[in-house]
Ligand binder design. Structure first.
Ligand code: UGA
Length: 435
């Protein structure tokens, strides 16, 4: 089959390479000529484990082709997957301008019988509006479906290769049959839904996971007040098969390019349809306030940031990515600098140097180091933000000096009694007593 994937961000690029690795001919189409030039040389514009190898392999086999030319790609394709960005609009809703422009462009070259399947996250119901646009522009027979994406950054390739399920939003049996066949190598359960249900399933999955994280963060806060340890609580409740222990490690609140945006948009959608008192408003509000509240507690713990040297370990929003969108580091470091700290940042892949230079008056007090050891040298406070394996497994006793030193472990990745035995004042999240 010949497929076009429009948009070469995380979702589009990984999807295009994976389908090409199954032997399909895939066009990766993007209007960004600079990006396409890089991709033709097998260089992904971001870090994602195993993606470079997959790009190289599929480009070498000539299964994957990158282009900016709609005519070339669309006129050759039986299936078009639209995976362009749907950022939040100023009002809090979803801006689907990029999806609309992609549809306008592809409508000029559609051949009869083509399936256009939208992977981009769309607000429930938007597909009706998109269908109207296409119907006005296209004279040949075509079909419009939605196929929401559930991959995570940092494990995008393996998530795409081993999805928990494939959701196909279409009421047309022929379209369903073709899309089901296309997804058959994944060996995953395939669920056929109405297009609006598929879109809602995407929001519901992300909002549920964000709720779960917010829930455990609130339990962690209560543990701070009564001497309980949230890690023990998670273990204890996780034996209930309805609950389990996965996907609720507490921390500074969820970040990244998806949860904050999707919860905000679902809250907005709820208000728009008259559900003014809704859970999603509250989840968003709690998450937005969390980091500031914890920073006040951390400042008290270390007796203020003024004059302190702070090593910030983990600048990306999560491990195995260089993405810093809605990363805790991007909020914490400016605050530390404005409160008079000197900050040394370290991350195996991500950098905030340019962001700090543009956004912080005290940017001269910030620098990035090439190793954990050099970031922690002379640090009064070690702030563990992200559970990169290297950061989680590092032996912090090797950087302990003779002075009073603190470790703030926002991911509960260290053994707290071990950290205390090394001579650090240790503070985790929801771990009761602070030494
Ligand atoms: C998320 C979903 O997990 C994917 O299924 C979805 O496809 C994707 O959004 C999307 O909509 O595109 P992602 O944002 O890449 O994926 O990362 P997650 O691993 O889910 O983490 C999101 C945030 O929650 C991070 O800030 C992470 O640190 C935080 N988190 C995650 C916790 O605080 N606790 C947890 O137990 C898990």
């Amino acid at each position: 089959m010949t497929i076009t994937v429009i948009g070469t961000g995380f979702v589009g690029l990984v999807t295009a390479s994976v389908f090409a690795s199954f032997g399909h001919t895939v066009y990766g189409l993007d209007i960004d000529a600079r990006k396409i030039a890089l991709l033709k040389k097998a260089k992904a514009p971001f870090f994602e484990p195993h993606l470079d190898e997959l790009l190289k392999e599929t480009l070498n086999k000539k299964k994957l082709k990158f282009t900016t030319d709609y005519a070339e790609a669309i006129s050759a394709s039986q299936v078009i997957l639209v995976a362009v960005g749907t950022p939040s609009s100023e009002s809090g809703g979803v801006d689907i301008t990029y999806v609309k422009s992609a549809l306008v462009e592809l409508s000029k070259h559609l051949k009869p019988g083509t399936i256009v399947a939208i992977k981009s996250t769309l607000p429930p119901g938007a597909v009706v509006e998109l269908k109207k646009i296409l119907d006005e522009l296209v004279s040949v027979q075509y079909s419009l479906a939605t196929v929401p994406e559930f991959l995570r950054e940092g494990s995008a390739v393996s998530d795409t290769l081993k999805p928990a399920r494939i959701v196909i939003g279409t009421e047309d049996p022929d379209t369903f049959a073709v899309l089901k066949q296309l997804h058959s190598p994944f060996n995953a359960p395939v669920i056929q839904t109405k297009p609006a249900s598929a879109q809602m399933a995407k929001y519901a999955a992300n909002a549920y996971l964000a709720t779960r994280i917010t829930f455990i963060n609130q339990i962690a806060d209560l543990c701070e007040k009564n001497g309980a340890d949230v890690e023990e609580v998670i273990q204890a409740i996780g034996y209930d098969p309805r609950i389990r222990s996965h996907y609720w490690y507490p921390g500074l609140g969820y970040g990244g390019s998806c949860f904050p945006k999707d919860v905000r948009e679902l809250a907005y959608f709820s208000r728009q349809v008259g559900e003014k008192t809704n859970l999603f408003n509250k989840i968003q509000e709690i998450n937005d306030l969390r980091l500031g509240r914890l920073m006040t507690q951390f400042a008290n713990f270390v007796s203020g940031w003024e004059g302190k040297t702070v090593a910030v370990l983990g600048l990306a929003f999560k491990p195995n990515t260089d993405d810093t969108r809605e990363a805790p580091s991007a909020k914490i470091i400016p605050q530390l600098l404005s409160e008079g700290a000197t900050v040394y940042g370290y991350d195996p892949k991500a950098s905030l140097t340019e962001f700090i230079r543009l956004n912080c008056d005290a940017h001269a007090q910030y620098s990035e180091k090439k190793s954990i050891v050099s970031a922690c040298k002379n640090a009064d406070v070690i702030l563990l933000l992200i559970e990169w394996p290297e950061i989680a497994s590092f032996n912090y006793s090797s950087v302990k000096n003779s002075s009073e030193q603190y470790i703030i472990d926002t991911r509960n990745i260290l053994d707290k009694s071990l950290a205390a035995s090394w001579g650090y004042h240790y503070r985790g999240i929801g771990r009761g007593d602070h030494s």
